[in-house]
Design a binder for this molecule. Structure first.
Ligand code: ATP
Ligand code: DGI
Length: 226
């Protein structure tokens, strides 16, 4: 059986998961799977899980574990031939356990970014809700202020990116993420990166992955010739 590379990326809101995932996908040819995108696709397609998820998202809540795993695990089954990086899942220990029963992970990337940095970044975050595209007015601004580059539609700022809401979100994140981090630490696949800048973290992640991915993919090539 061919050995593919499987990773997750974790971190609080604004820690750079989306930004770093895009770089990883681009540099290493992995599929970037975003749980938020899956949720939005299911909502748009009005699947049963999507309809359920929508009621929670409207209230600014996380989608319950059971709905989330029902929505996500079938998508992973479609990816059995690919190496991937999963962004935004797992967020809870129950989700980590469900993922663990479905596949073996090679690496769990954990982004550890100071609170003040997160607040500052999210203050400048603007999103295009239909696509999930994220901009930062300082770091990666759109070509025209307030307008999505691709569709020309308006960008919005999420209510829960405001500094007051963010502190509560981050506290909640820490409580829920701690058991997930401990779970991956115990498995020996946790790699934590701490800095205030994505551009400082990125070379370290890139070095880590280049020690892991070529070996695994050359195994895959050998296996596939048999
Ligand atoms: N693993 C998950 N568990 C529960 N709910 C999820 C999960 N992933 C996504 N969601 C739901 O989908 C919404 C959109 O997810 P997405 O990751 O795009 O944005 P987000 O929560 O603003 O993330 P961040 O602020 O970390 O970038 C979330 O707010 C949440 O309600
Ligand atoms: N100033 C600054 N902004 C950054 C850096 N890395 C990412 N950003 C921006 C992009 C987004 O607007 C915001 C959050 O990044 P993101 O990739 O959406 O994070 P996440 O919520 O997916 O974890 O911060 C960075 O290194 N510096």
């Amino acid at each position: 059986m061919s050995k593919l590379f499987r990773a997750v990326i974790m971190g609080p809101p604004g820690s750079g998961k989306g930004t770093i995932s895009e770089r990883i996908a681009h540099s290493f040819g992995l599929k970037h799977l975003s749980s938020g995108d899956f949720v939005r696709e299911n909502i748009a397609a009005k699947t049963e899980a999507g309809v359920q998820a929508k009621t929670y998202i409207k209230k600014g809540l996380l989608v319950p574990d059971l709905v989330m795993t029902r929505l996500l695990l079938p998508r992973l089954e479609e990816m059995t031939k690919y190496s991937w990086l999963l962004d935004g899942f797992p967020r809870t220990l129950a989700q980590a356990e469900a993922l663990n029963s479905a596949c073996d992970l090679d690496v769990a990337i954990n982004l550890n970014i100071p609170l003040e940095t997160l607040k500052e970044r999210l203050r400048h975050r603007w999103i295009h809700p239909p696509s999930g595209r994220v901009y930062n007015m300082c770091f990666n601004p759109p070509r025209v202020q307030g307008i999505d580059d691709i569709t020309g539609e308006p960008l919005i700022q999420q209510e829960d990116d405001r500094p007051e809401a963010l502190v509560a979100r981050l506290r909640h994140y820490k409580d829920v993420a701690k058991p997930v981090i401990d779970f991956y630490k115990a498995k020996g696949i946790l790699y934590t990166f701490s800095d205030t800048e994505t551009d400082q973290i990125w070379p370290n992640i890139s070095t880590l992955l280049s020690t892991k991915i070529p070996t695994i993919q050359s195994d895959a090539r050998c296996a596939s010739t048999h």
